[in-house]
Each structure stands twice: as structure tokens, then as C-alpha cells.
Design a protein around this ligand. Structure first.
Ligand SMILES: C[S@@+](CC[C@H](N)C(=O)[O-])C[C@H]1O[C@@H](n2cnc3c(N)ncnc32)[C@H](O)[C@@H]1O
Length: 248
């Protein structure tokens, strides 16, 4: 396999990969449940508030479900570019029928489909933005800002890379201590598996660069609201009011 080839779409639209991934859903839910809960808690709503949020790269809807459960009167728009992930998602979202809809949207283009409302109360993403090349991460954050209602929040749970090799080694050592099986898996990858893994993570970038994209888009209140090794939740708010223009 050509390791420079971007097989991102090929992976996410592979029936076999998506079904294998769905079979591991229980373990992924256990590992991430707390993080998705924090993502939801960071939103500035009261439990009974009525609002609509967008989950970008929602996959099978795990993060969205957590937020729908925290706010029983909220509604979700789940966007993803993979019909295969959406099909599995519709099965997993069955208990939330009537409170969500899926929209097909490829974030690698700036062409937002009309099915996504022009104004959104909140936007979240979970482990999807790292699949985009940098110019699209930056573009996406600006597009999210433009669609958020004044005062609306964007929160992203994602993985980041380290620029300092000591930091990278510390993350890896600590992760291996928590999950010795992961270290063994990494050591025994076939060349094909290694190429696929590296390609899968090829757009992962440092945290500081992503925070700069948020600031450049106009967000305020930017912070890393949660962090564990290379996993982070960061985000910011669209100002509640636009700065007054100076009269001439
Ligand atoms: C690791 S999964 C995360 C899914 C879900 N958000 C979660 O946390 O369980 C990444 C998701 O991003 C989607 N994705 C990757 N690239 C995308 C793109 N260019 N446009 C839209 N979705 C994309 C994939 O189809 C997949 O559903």
C-alpha cells in the first residue's frame, strides 16, 4: 500500500471495517462514556432547555446519545460522510427516535448541505476532526463559528500530537501501562496494518495549532477544558454580541 495515500474515506465506507468496529462498540462506549459526558456537561444549557446541536463526524452517534440523555428536550443533527456508519448509527440510535436526524456531509469540503440549519445552538465533534487536512480543520472551525447562534459553543473531543519527543514517549509509556495489550498490538502490526494505522492518523496535529484555528475563527472563551495524555476536549464560544462597528 502507498503509505502516502489517504484511505480515510475508504476505511469509513468499508462495510467490513464499519461492522467490525460496531462489534467493538461496547468497549469503546465504556472507554469514552466519561469523556462524552464531560463534553455534554460543558454545554451551557439547563437540563430542561430546548435546543438543537450538531454532531460533526457523528459516526454511530455515541457522543450525541450522551448529550441527548443529559438534556431530555434537546434535538440532534448527526452529520457524517459515510453511509455505512450512518446505517449502523440508525440502529444504535433507535432509542432516541424522533429526537435526531442524520445528514450526509463530507467535512473535507466547505459545501454544507441545506439539511443542516443555518443557525445552530451548539456544535460538537468527537474523534472526527483529526481526519481532516489542516486547511479543512481551519475552514471547518470558521464555518462552525458562522453557523452558531450568538453565544453558542463549539466543543471538540479529539486526539492531538506532541511536538516534544519526551512528551510523546511519556504519553506512549503511560498508555501502555494502562493497556499492555495495546503495546503488544503495536509491536506486532503487519506492514499493511502499520501503513493503514499511520495513514489513519496522518492529519493529527498539535493542540496549540488547533486552538489558533479557533481563535482565528473568532471564538472566545477558548480553553482545553479536559485533557488526558493525547486526548483533549477543547472549545470556545461565539461572542453573544458582535463588536460594535465604529461610526465614521
Ligand atoms: C473515529 S470515528 C468517530 C465517530 C463518533 N464521532 C464517535 O466519537 O464515536 C470518525 C468518524 O468521522 C467520520 N469522518 C471521517 N472523515 C470525515 C469527513 N471528511 N466528513 C465527514 N465525516 C468524516 C467517519 O465516517 C467516522 O464516522
Amino acid at each position: 500500500m502507498d503509505p502516502t495515500m489517504d484511505t480515510n474515506a475508504a476505511i469509513w465506507t468499508s462495510e467490513e471495517y464499519v461492522r467490525t468496529r460496531a462489534a467493538q462498540a461496547g468497549q469503546r462506549e465504556r472507554e469514552n462514556a466519561e469523556r462524552w459526558r464531560i463534553l455534554g456537561e460543558l454545554l451551557p444549557f439547563e437540563e430542561q432547555d430546548v435546543f438543537t446541536f450538531l454532531d460533526l463526524g457523528a459516526g454511530t452517534g455515541s457522543a450525541a446519545r450522551r448529550i441527548l440523555d443529559l438534556y431530555p428536550r434537546s434535538r440532534a443533527i448527526l452529520s457524517d460522510f459515510s453511509p455505512q456508519m450512518i446505517a449502523v448509527g440508525k440502529e444504535e440510535m433507535a432509542a432516541h427516535a424522533g429526537r435526531y436526524r442524520y445528514v450526509e456531509f463530507d467535512m473535507s469540503t466547505g459545501g454544507w448541505p441545506a439539511a443542516i440549519p443555518e443557525v445552530l445552538d451548539a456544535v460538537v465533534s468527537s474523534m472526527s476532526v483529526h481526519h481532516l487536512p489542516d486547511h479543512r480543520k481551519e475552514g471547518l472551525f470558521a464555518e462552525v463559528f458562522a453557523r452558531l447562534a450568538p453565544g453558542g459553543w463549539y466543543l471538540n473531543y479529539d486526539t492531538v500530537s506532541a511536538t516534544d519527543p519526551i512528551v510523546a514517549a511519556t504519553w506512549e509509556r503511560t498508555a501502555d501501562r494502562r493497556d499492555p495489550g495495546a503495546a503488544a498490538t503495536r509491536r506486532h502490526r503487519t506492514p499493511d496494518e502499520r501503513a493503514r494505522h499511520e495513514n489513519h492518523l496522518r492529519h493529527v496535529i498539535p493542540l496549540s495549532q488547533q486552538l489558533e484555528y479557533l481563535a482565528a475563527a473568532g471564538f472566545i472563551g477558548i480553553d482545553v477544558y479536559w485533557k488526558d495524555l493525547d486526548d483533549v476536549i477543547y472549545g470556545g464560544q461565539r461572542p453573544a454580541s458582535e463588536p460594535a462597528t465604529t461610526a465614521r
